[in-house]
Ligand binder design. Sequence first.
Ligand code: FE2
Length: 249
Amino acid sequence: MGTDTVMSGRVRKDLSKTNPNGNIPENRSNSRKKIQRRSKKTLICPVQKLFDTCKKVFADGKSGTVPSQENIEMLRAVLDEIKPEDVGVNPKMSYFRSTVTGRSPLVTYLHIYACHRFSICIFCLPPSGVIPLHNHPEMTVFSKLLFGTMHIKSYDWVPDSPQPSSDTRLAKVKVDSDFTAPCDTSILYPADGGNMHCFTAKTACAVLDVIGPPYSDPAGRHCTYYFDYPFSSFSGIVFETFSMICVRI
Ligand SMILES: [Fe+2]
């Protein structure tokens, strides 16, 4: 993805007209600068706008840094405006068809952009497609459902809770609901908002994800998958307000 602002071909062509010295006459130059400014305002494509906004919002790029509330709202507003056609996906594409029987349908990852500060991608899920329960260590994640109906179940760790065993930890449910596009962009944070989540497609779905900072093994931000077990599976432990135990795979 480039960093240049997108402009119309017509404006570019007009700006190429110069006087015999190779310069644009001053009065024409001024009016064309106005056109240029207006064009930059009105013709920036949604993906370019998303990219430019991410550069501002994730300027820090450090593990665990949560953007300011102002920046979060700015990015959320940009994502709320994005439509499937802006990123070139629609439910008729082959990514959203189930081609394998007897197994969970394949989920396709479409890469848009990644740097050390943030990443932008799209997950394409056929009906019944599942992205298993996984975490986002030290990250802030914006998920925009572009189309379809998706069940999202998410959890946060319960801090300072006793561990039932060496490989289990107590987690509490944050979200357990169906979402149908168009709907609000969901946001999760390093320690809350449902940092571990599982997506199950009720229909063909596309999810635009913005992650800052992105997964990085060298930086210690590994993706870990989990099994979740009903709390009642662990006898002898009584935490009535929490509903699940998560087990690291
Ligand atoms: Fe995720």
